[in-house]
Structures are given as structure tokens and as C-alpha cells.
Design a binder for this molecule. Structure first.
Ligand SMILES: NC(=O)c1ccc[n+]([C@@H]2O[C@H](COP(=O)([O-])OP(=O)(O)OC[C@H]3O[C@@H](n4cnc5c(N)ncnc54)[C@H](OP(=O)(O)O)[C@@H]3O)[C@@H](O)[C@H]2O)c1
Length: 377
């Protein structure tokens, strides 16, 4: 299921706090950065905050610039992004600014929370129960499929940011570092304790804005189960972009592949017919660059724009077999192999029979096919 692009946005003190413990909201950003936040808000379809932030900060979460609202309207979008909150208790103050400013409002909650939220809010907001507990993936699927949200900005607080990052559902983190200290261990932190991806996130960019610094990061660690993490989409997109670099051929597909360790470290990449080898396949080229004894291989994921081949004439071992031999246990691909060159090729079947988990992301199939349009139309 495609999900919205999820952008986590927060400002923190130099000692990593989101706020202090005083009654008023601590202003961490500079005026120019508040304007940047306004610009980001104007670019998204929905803004989400946790119920804790509504209680603590009583925010409006508006697009404040009249020009930006006018540009949204001119583009056929609502003037204000949809405002979304999450609550388990359903205990929401109906007088909060959140409900009385901006455009449409939506509450995601549990079956139990829905009764209370609906009673307190009446017709002010749509209340959507998601079952006995609140499942973030179900929430994002609902936002995408039912509300048409393609880009979601999440503005806190720490409880919400922590869950989205730890569950591999965040595509990007926009973090502003403010030059002040809070120094109170009771104050809320951006990320709570628990398990996060090992290794390092990828830095997308930095920007000085008056006296604060904006840092943009993207998580890199592959998912671990049958459901894709946000990082899986990024790596598979990279594989599809590599496919576009292949020398064109009338007799073979153009494919890109990337091998990524469990901590998000890229081990190797390759594409069809790379270098001086006119028949090499993408996965074969990438795996050949990694030491067969590399202890990271069993925990790695192979991203391939096209399903790894199950049979081939040009070499003794097809790519599905090479992947099994390498000890890799997870493959993510965008496109099942069509019958163009090999009838009923089933690389997924070969991999699955050997205990390798295969995850297919059909939302990237068009990108994987693009350099092969002359072969498959
Ligand atoms: N500096 C910044 O950029 C920034 C931005 C935003 C917020 N903040 C600060 O962050 C603090 C608030 O953060 P917070 O962590 O306390 O609150 P929060 O993340 O805004 O909201 C937490 C609440 O959301 C609901 N919730 C979250 N996950 C849920 C789940 N899986 N199932 C059901 N309900 C769920 C629960 O509501 P119920 O309690 O109703 O069940 C929970 O108490 C404030 O001090 C605020 O000033 C700072």
C-alpha cells in the first residue's frame, strides 16, 4: 500500500529538549525559521500533532502567509492543510485553538477513545477509530487512501516522533537546533528511549537560518519484515535510478541494484551491462563487489528494480541463486519479471523457496519500467 511521504519537523535545544516545563511554550526557533515552517506547511496536504501537543501548546497550525494560502487555492488545493491529531484517551479540549482555526480537522483514535472524542467534539472534527489500539501504518494508509494525503508534516511532540521513527515510517527528519539550553531532566525530549536503527542516518542538507541551524536527515536502515519501511522506498528508488544508467539493449532489461546492510550502510551497487561486461546483471555486478565473507551479508537487503532472474542463458547462475548463495535474506523489488525474454520466470519463487523474503513495491513499478519502455511498451 502506498503511504504518504512523512516529514518529521521539530526544533530542539542544544541539550536535546523540545520544550521546558514552564506553563508557556518555549520558543526555540527564530522568526525566519517560523517563516520557513510556514512555507513547509503550505507545501503539504496534512499536518499532524499528538494530543499532548494540543494540551501543552494550544497551537493553531496554520499557513500564516496570505500569499501561500492564495497559491494553494490557485493550485486547486484547500487554503489550509488538513489538521490531524492522535489520541488514545479521546480527552480533547473542544475549546482548543486547533479546532477553531484553519480548515478540516481529523482525529485518529482507538475504539474506546472514539466515543469520548465524538462526545466532546461533536461535528467539529471527523473522528476515525482504528480498532482497540492505534496502528500508525493503518493511520497512514487511511490518510493516503481515504483523505488523499501525499505529503504529511508531523509537528510533534516527542511521543509521536519517536513512534514514527522507530517504526520505520518517517521519510525525512527536519531538525532545527536552537542555541539555548533547557537543562531540566523533566522536560520533554525529541526522541524517547528504545530501539532505533543502528548506523547513521543520511544527511540531506543543512541551512543556517539566523541563529539556528536546520538539518535534514533521512533514515537509511532497511525494513526487517514483510512490510516496507520508508527507507526501503528510498533505496529501491535509487536502484530504479541506476537502471536508467544502463547502456540500452534490445535483448536484455535495464536493471539497477543496491545492497544495503541492516544498519543502513550501502555495501555495493550495480547496473546491467556495467563496465566492460556486456552481459552482467545488476545484482550480479553489485554482489561481485562485496567480499563473500562479509558478515553483514546475512542481515543485508538487496534492492533490485526488476525481480532477480530465475534463469539465464548468458551465465551459469541466475541472480536469484547468487543472492541465495551470498546468504542475503531479504530482497525488495519494484517489478515482477514479464515474459519478454524468459517465459514464466519466477525469481521470487526461487528466492522464497530458499527462505529469502521478497517484498514487492508496485508503486515504483513505473519507474523501474521507464528505461525498458522500448521492450515492454
Ligand atoms: N520544539 C518542537 O518542535 C515541539 C513540537 C511539538 C511539541 N513540542 C513539545 O512536545 C511536548 C508534547 O509532547 P508529548 O510527547 O507529550 O505529546 P505528543 O507526542 O504531542 O502527544 C502524545 C499523545 O498523543 C496520543 N498518542 C500518541 N501516540 C499514540 C498511540 N500510538 N496510540 C494512541 N494515542 C497516541 C496520546 O494522547 P492521549 O493522551 O489523549 O491518549 C499521547 O498522550 C510539549 O511540551 C510541546 O511543547 C515541541
Amino acid at each position: 500500500m502506498p503511504l504518504p511521504y512523512v516529514l518529521l519537523s521539530a526544533a530542539v535545544s542544544l541539550d536535546g529538549y523540545l520544550d521546558d516545563t514552564g506553563p508557556d511554550r518555549l520558543l526555540l526557533s527564530s522568526p525566519a525559521d517560523f517563516d520557513r515552517v510556514d512555507e513547509v506547511r503550505a507545501s503539504v496536504d496534512a499536518i499532524l500533532v499528538g494530543a499532548g501537543t494540543i494540551r501543552a501548546d494550544n497551537p493553531r497550525l496554520l499557513v500564516n502567509s496570505a500569499e501561500r494560502r492564495a497559491a494553494r487555492a490557485a493550485a486547486g488545493r484547500p487554503e489550509y492543510p488538513l489538521k490531524v491529531t492522535v489520541t488514545g484517551s479521546g480527552d480533547l479540549d473542544p475549546d482548543a485553538n486547533f479546532w477553531h482555526t484553519g480548515g478540516e480537522k481529523l482525529v485518529y483514535t482507538t475504539d474506546e477513545g472514539a466515543e469520548r472524542a465524538s462526545r466532546l467534539l461533536g461535528r467539529t472534527a471527523d473522528v476515525v477509530p482504528l480498532g482497540p489500539t492505534l496502528d500508525w501504518r493503518a493511520l497512514l494508509e487511511h490518510l493516503h487512501d481515504v483523505r488523499g494525503v501525499g505529503r504529511l508534516m508531523v509537528e510533534g511532540g516527542g511521543t509521536v516522533h519517536t513512534q514514527l521513527l522507530r517504526q520505520g515510517l518517517a521519510d525525512e527528519l527536519q531538525l532545527v537546533l536552537a542555541p539555548l539550553f533547557v537543562g531540566d531532566p523533566q522536560a520533554p525530549r525529541l526522541f524517547g528511549p528504545g530501539g532505533y536503527q543502528g548506523g547513521r542516518l543520511r544527511l540531506l542538507g543543512t541551512r543556517r537560518i539566523e541563529d539556528v541551524v536546520l538539518m535534514r536527515y533521512t533514515p537509511t536502515a532497511p525494513g526487517t519484515g514483510p512490510l516496507p519501511a520508508a527507507a526501503d522506498r528510498h533505496w529501491l528508488r535509487t536502484a530504479c535510478e541506476l537502471a536508467a544508467q544502463c547502456p540500452p539493449s534490445e535483448t536484455a532489461f535495464s536493471v539497477g541494484a543496491v545492497v544495503v546492510a541492516a544498519d543502513g550502510t550501502e555495501l555495493a551497487r550495480g547496473h546491467s551491462r556495467e563496465g566492460a561486461d556486456p552481459v552482467v546483471h545488476a545484482e550480479e555486478a553489485a554482489l561481485a563487489k562485496i567480499d563473500a565473507a562479509d558478515p553483514r551479508l546475512p542481515g543485508a537487503t538487496v534492492y533490485s528494480s526488476l525481480e532477480p532472474c530465475a534463469r539465464r542463458a548468458s551465465r551459469p547462475a541466475p541472480c536469484a541463486e547468487l543472492i541465495v548463495r551470498a546468504g542475503v535474506r531479504r530482497v525488495v523489488t519494484a517489478w515482477r519479471e514479464p515474459d519478454t525474454f524468459v517465459a514464466a520466470a519466477d525469481g521470487t519463487g526461487v528466492l522464497t523457496a530458499a527462505g529469502v523474503r521478497v517484498v514487492v513495491l508496485p508503486e515504483l513499478e513505473a519507474l523501474a519500467k521507464a528505461p525498458n519502455a522500448h521492450l515492454v511498451g
